[in-house]
Write a protein that binds this ligand. Sequence first.
Ligand code: FAD
Length: 311
Amino acid sequence: MSVLVIYEPGRAISAETMVAAQQTRLPVSAAVIGDAPELASCKLDKVYHVQHDLLAPYTADAYTLALAQLIARVKPELVLLPHTYQVRDYAPRLATRLGRVLISDVTAIRQEADRFVFVRQLFQGKLNADYTTQGPGQHFVSIQAGAFRGDQLEPGAGASETFTPDLDAALVRAVAREPFRESQRAVDLTAADLIVSVGRGIREKENIAIVEALATAMKAELAASRPICDNGWLPMERQVGSSGQTVSPKLYLAVGISGAIQHLVGMKGAGTIVAINKDADAPIFEIADYGIVGDLFEVVPALTEEVKKAQ
Ligand code: FAD
C-alpha cells in the first residue's frame, strides 16, 4: 500500500497535503507538474516530475490524461490532492476516468483496523461525517486548507524520476486563454503567513483604514468576516469562512469578529489565533490563543504604533 500526493507548486496547502499523507504511515511519493525544488528535502519514496509540453498552460484535459497514466504506472492505494481551485477543476474528472469518486475537502484521516476513515464537514462545520472506501484503490481524496500543519512535514530525501506521459494534442479540447485581469490581481489568502481580519465591530467602511494600517505595519494580508464583504467594504476575495476562503496562516489576528461557526471553519487551522473584542464572552475567545478584551478603536492604533516601533 502506498500514497501518491499530487503536489501543486507554490501552494502552502500542498505541504499540508504531504503531512496528511505522511501521517498515514504508508510509503509516500509525490507527483509534480512544474517546479517544486522544496520536494528534494522531504521524506518521500520518490518524486515524479511529470513533464510534457501540453501540460503548460494548465488544462483539465491534459492534467487528467497525464495523471491517469502516472497513477496506472505507480498504482498507489491512495491519491491525495490539495483542495485548490485547480484540483476542484480536474480531480473529479480524473477520479471518474479511473471509475472512482473523489472524497473532497477532507479535514482529518484516521485508521480503523485495515481501512482509512476520511472526515468531511457538513452544514457549515456543524457536523463531521466519516467516509470510508470500498474495494482496492486507487481512492481519491482532496485535503482542506488548514486541516493539517504544513510545518510538521518530515524532512528527508527521496529518489526522483521524470515521467513523460503520452499526450495527444487532439485530446486536449480546452484552450487556455490569458488569465482575467481580476484573477491576476486577486489576493491568495491561502498563501499568507500573517492575516489581520476585520469584522462588524469596525462599524463603518471608513474605519477599516485603522485595521488596514495595522496589517500594513505587520506586512500582513487584510481579510474580513462576511458582513464586511457583503456590505462591499472589502472585496469578496478577502472573505474568510465557509462561503469564503479557508486560510492557515502562522498568525490570524481577528479584530471585532464574534467567532460565528461559519467564520471559524475558515481560520481555525491558523498556527496562532489572536482576538481583539470588547465582549469577553465572544465565541472567538474559545479558540483564540491570545485574547485582548477591549475597544478595537483604542487597542488597534496602539498595537500599530508598537509594531512600527519594534521594526
Ligand atoms: P458580528 O457577529 O456582528 O460580531 C461583531 C463583533 O465585534 C462582536 O463580537 C462585538 O463584540 C465586537 N465589537 C463590536 N464593537 C467592538 C469594538 N469597538 N471593539 C472590539 N470589538 C467590538 N461569516 C463569515 O465571516 N464568513 C463566511 O464565510 C460566512 N459564511 C456564511 C454562510 C452562511 C450560509 C451563513 C448563514 C452565514 C455565514 N456567515 C459567514 C455569517 C456568520 O454567521 C456571522 O454572521 C458573521 O461571521 C459575523 O461576522 P462578525 O463576527 O464580523 O460580526
